[in-house]
Design a protein around this ligand. Sequence first.
Ligand code: OOG
Ligand code: MG
Length: 261
Amino acid sequence: MTNPTKLEIAKLLNHAETSCTEVEQISVTYPDMTVEEGYDIQHMIMSLKEDAGQKIIGWKMGLTSVAKMEQMKVKEPIYGCLMDYMMAHDGDQVDMADFIHPRVETEVAFVLKDKLFGEDVTEEDVINATEYVVPAMEIIDSRYKNFSFSLADVVADNGSSVRFILGSEKIDPKTVDLGETFAKLIINDKEEDTGYGKAILGHPATSICMLVKMLSKRGIALEAGHVVMAGAMTKAFYLKAGDKVRSEFDTLGNLAFTVKD
Ligand code: OOG
Ligand code: MG
């Protein structure tokens, strides 16, 4: 795949996001597209967004649990980029008009106080570089029809990133066992799913370690102040207008958001 082709795809996917319109999977037209080419496209989308004045504020891991890989029919974790316009907070309202076919999942987010870079980073380094962790949720919104994609497709589409919601409780990761942390995802008073932190590659810090290693291969570091999402503890559920969404954690507190009626 040539660079002009990748840039053309980056523009197409970026436009699909900003205009809330779904597109055909890229792999239908380019069946030989590799995951690495998918990342090239993802990074081009971020450059387009930076040119438009948006800022990178962190990164996310995705497809880190067996449940998510089975749900999305892919076999390995991926990363995506988080930008300033994607951030929301406990109690906020989101609007279906900003999305195509959004789904929500429960997550844990790390906020860093130190830079992380390199291929030999350890879980201990991740914990030491973390200022605090917060309970979180992510809204994902694949730009592809029917929310279906190959691994290279979803990588090119920035891991379906569109919004993330941060809780207000700031927890020192040294005071909780993030692997044993348990959470419920509740939509309109119905408990849709539950999960443990250890569903995320055994431990959320292991997922962040993997992210650091993957980004290091491209010369990119996690920076102090970055928000880093470890991946979903639950499966993802479709949202609709008027939904009231809540995640309750046993050791990290709760957070909620609503979808505009
Ligand atoms: C890809 C993004 C997955 C997660 O936490 O597993 C993700 C998708 O399922 O559309 O963010
Ligand atoms: Mg996610």
